[in-house]
Design a protein around this ligand. Structure first.
Ligand SMILES: C[S@@+](CC[C@H](N)C(=O)[O-])C[C@H]1O[C@@H](n2cnc3c(N)ncnc32)[C@H](O)[C@@H]1O
Length: 293
């Protein structure tokens, strides 16, 4: 947080000024609801019970909750924000959102900004936080369960799996935000031992898979599309690079699915881990390495 946040004179401040003016001392030492200012809370993937305890406690005290519209389950809002005014951020730009939260905070209201999943993953939280800090309003993050984790739980698999997947990539496909050159899905898939989790790509599954086929990837590579993971209407569509596009189109999903590519999707052909094998008892070796959970 900046020592001198440079309070703006009016609502007309360009949010880019706030981003450019960010002080280097960004590190905060709180992340579980004990901060000062406006918390940016992860609502989790959908099921209200996947909200953290810290998030629930903050919502219970809130006067104003600015939430991420339909990505946040309305049952969560009804159950945990019953006493607060709730406002959707959908369709509002920074110039509207920042004064809304700042004015309420300065009027003495307890304000919570509720993002879907975890605010740090495709959440555009930081630009709001920096704009608020620039206007003298402290902010901090309370993490949430990101949808890739809910999707792996729905599929009853792990994203990392011994001898199958050693890495996880959180990514999105090319489109309005990413150029062709910035789309790295093909590279992640080409690495072989990466589980590639595609956010914001439900509308473009066929195009994404076609590009992977053009790049020569194995058409039999497992892919799952997990729609609305943790919601009552969640659905898992399983397939391969060759088949998943048609299957998602047949199901009619254009948004709100997590696309997961890689052998970990099937949860098969893995090796037992070192953690629960001989390695755990190998004395100094086990002291010098971090164990898998
Ligand atoms: C704007 S991003 C927000 C991601 C969020 N911050 C998170 O951590 O999950 C929205 C994308 O997340 C994914 N997503 C969000 N909730 C989901 C869910 N319950 N099941 C599957 N995918 C979900 C979809 O790919 C959707 O297009």
């Amino acid at each position: 947080m900046s020592d001198d946040p440079g309070r703006a004179d009016s609502d007309e401040t360009d949010p880019q000024d706030a981003i450019d003016a960010v002080a280097s001392d960004r590190v905060h030492d709180h992340s579980a609801g004990d901060g000062e200012g406006i918390p940016f809370v992860g609502a989790g993937p959908g099921d209200p019970r996947l909200l953290t305890v810290a998030g629930r406690d903050l919502l219970a005290d809130a006067d104003l909750v600015v939430h991420a519209g339909s990505l946040v389950n309305s049952e969560l809002l009804e159950e945990y924000c019953a006493d607060a005014e709730t406002v959707s951020s959908i369709g509002k730009d920074l110039e509207e959102l920042v004064p809304l939260m700042r004015d309420a905070y300065e009027a003495g209201d307890t304000v919570v900004r509720l993002h879907s999943g975890d605010p740090a993953v495709y959440g555009a939280a930081l630009e709001q936080m920096d704009a608020l800090e620039h206007e003298g309003v402290p902010t901090y993050i309370v993490p949430g369960v990101t949808s890739a984790f809910a999707a792996s739980a729905t599929m009853r698999t792990q994203l990392t799996l011994n001898e199958v997947a050693n890495h996880v990539a959180f990514t999105r496909p090319q489109g309005k935000t990413l150029t062709e050159e910035e789309d790295h899905i093909s590279e992640f898939v080409g690495m072989g031992d990466v589980t590639t989790c595609i956010y914001l790509g439900t509308h473009a599954v066929s195009e994404t898979m076609e590009r992977l086929l053009e790049d020569g990837h194995d058409p039999e590579t497992p892919v799952a599309a997990v729609y609305h993971a943790s919601w009552p209407d969640e659905e898992v569509i399983e397939g391969t690079i060759e088949t998943i596009g048609d299957r998602v189109e047949e199901a009619g999903y254009r948004a709100s699915a997590m696309i997961i590519i890689g052998d970990a999707v099937g949860g098969e052909d893995y090796e037992r881990s070192f953690l629960y094998g001989g390695w755990a008892n190998r004395g100094s070796d086990s002291d010098s390495q971090e164990a898998d959970d």
